[in-house]
Design a protein around this ligand. Structure first.
Ligand code: GDG
Length: 470
């Protein structure tokens, strides 16, 4: 399937930008930011020369833009990136505040972690309006405006007068009404979103939750057609699961240098089996529950002491929020406790790394690991699960049944991360799985990952969106 824009220009709007500019020695250099959005949408933007509007966070971002904050990326031959400048107050109120202390916890059903400060809400409205104004300055009559994620829920509403065709992709879960209704400004948020022609989530469950919330605020909802009628407009809602750049990961898995790097990683741990996990530091990722499972595993299966090493990498995230700092301390304390309890001679059960590394440094771990441990308590999708499977030919993915990815990866070993005993037993089962069964599971996963990759996601989204207003 080819992305069908029918000559229309795509205007992408997201919180994070695809490229940033940084100082390097005396020069300013451009850096491509890794991540699903950039991987999936950058090639299409390069080809069709659309416009991407995002928050400019690079230290030299505003040194290279014109008077309208625009720059061509990755070079003069590329497409236009328009950068939004946020003040310190806006960053604190909109980004750390409302987006990450209200929309994030509520969407993930962590009601007690939400902080419903009125100032956050005011900032969120102001910044969403700022994005909308910035889009309006650029709009051509035929443009397709594709907005991304929970930072920008109000943007479609602020654009409604402009008659632009708008859609929204929501990268995180959508909660049940019981959680969503706790937001004092729930009506306004849904009204903003429902001004789009098309909204997509990763899974059917999130679609159902969203439709139910829309009904609760008084919209007319057709659950079987997945259509919402509200204030004279119709919104089509669909599940369109995000895939990975399968080809790239698969090529990597055939690359001799990469394979050598993976072997070197494995050898550096001097262990029979390597278990691996990588997450952004976040309470939704179930890092603490995973560590409890590891603790239980060594307690219940002591024959693995000295033979299995668990490598946990944690990428810093939302460092400005106290909750995240406290969680980091708890994680580090638990790791010290586990290591103190089980280590012998030169061997320690858990190796922990905190910090973001270039992707090239991370990927060899995917290949080196005999078992990948993904224990999210809830997750929109979880791309690490897919990336791990895409490079493996004999590993096992132990996947939380509460990650969106679990809906699509039948071949993973599924686990309830709250069930510590089951987690320990599943680790054992994964490590003991016969080679033939591992291969069978991986083959099935490979076929799905290949068919429903990032290009499929982009093209399917665009197709469904165009159908929704035709
Ligand atoms: C949100 C939703 C949904 C991790 N550490 C490093 C690093 N990574 C890369 C991984 C992966 C990505 O970051 C993480 O993606 P996830 O999907 O696992 O999680 P979120 O960041 O929470 O993303 C999620 C996603 O949006 C897409 O819709 O799947 O559910 O929460 O690609 O490889 N990359 C580098 N250094 C690291 O240290 N370079």
């Amino acid at each position: 399937m080819e992305a069908e824009l029918e000559g229309k220009r795509l205007v992408l709007v997201s919180n994070g930008e695809p490229y940033k500019h940084v100082y390097q020695n005396q020069n300013i250099e451009i850096e491509k930011l890794a991540g699903g959005l950039t991987t999936g949408l950058d090639p299409m933007m390069q080809k069709d020369k659309g416009l991407w509007i995002a928050w400019g966070r690079g230290e030299a971002d505003f040194e290279v833009v014109d008077q309208n904050n625009k720059v061509k990326v990755p070079d003069a031959e590329g497409y236009t990136l328009k950068r939004i400048k946020l003040s310190k107050e806006e960053k604190n109120g909109f980004y750390y505040g409302f987006a990450n202390e209200v929309m994030w916890p509520i969407s993930h059903t962590f009601i007690s972690k939400a902080n419903f400060k009125k100032e956050y809400w005011q900032s969120y409205q102001k910044v969403n309006k700022k994005y909308a104004e910035s889009i309006k300055e650029e709009l051509h009559s035929d443009d397709l405006v594709w907005i991304h994620d929970y930072h920008l829920a109000l943007v479609p509403g602020f654009l409604s007068e402009s008659n632009a065709k708008t859609s929204l992709f929501w990268h995180i879960p959508w909660p049940a009404w019981e959680a969503f209704r706790t937001i004092p400004w729930r009506q306004k948020i849904l009204e903003g979103m429902l001004a789009s022609d098309f909204i997509a989530f990763h899974t059917d469950l999130f679609v159902f939750n969203f439709l139910s919330c829309a009904k609760k605020i008084g919209a007319k909802v057709d659950f079987s057609a997945r259509e919402v009628f509200y204030q004279g407009s119709k919104t089509k809602v669909e599940s369109v699961p995000l895939g990975i750049d399968y080809q790239r990961f698969n090529n990597l898995a055939q690359d001799d240098d990469y394979l050598a790097e993976a072997e070197a990683v494995k050898a550096s741990y001097d262990t029979e089996k390597l278990i691996f996990a990588v997450d952004r530091l976040d309470y939704t990722k179930g890092i603490e529950e995973r560590l409890k499972g590891i603790d239980k595993f060594f307690e219940k299966y002591p024959e693995y002491k000295g033979k299995v090493t668990f490598v946990q990498r944690v990428a810093p995230s939302r460092t400005g929020i106290e909750e995240y700092q406290q969680m980091k301390e708890r994680i580090e304390k638990k790791i010290a406790e586990i290591n103190g309890k089980y280590q012998k001679d030169q061997w320690a059960p858990v190796k922990y790394f905190y910090g973001s590394v270039p992707q090239a440094e991370l990927l060899p771990y995917y290949k080196a690991a005999d078992l990948a441990l993904i224990t999210a308590l809830i997750d929109g999708m979880n791309l690490v699960a897919k990336e791990y499977l895409a490079v493996q030919d004999s590993g096992v993915l132990l996947l939380s049944e509460f990650a969106g990815a679990a809906e699509y990866l039948d071949s993973a070993l599924k686990v309830n991360p709250y069930n510590t005993e089951a987690l320990a037993d599943s680790i054992y089962q994964g490590l003991e799985m016969p080679e033939t069964e591992k291969k069978k599971r991986l083959q099935k996963a490979e076929a799905d990952l290949k068919e429903y990759d990032i290009n499929w996601w982009r093209d399917y989204f665009l197709k469904k969106w165009v159908e929704s207003y035709e």
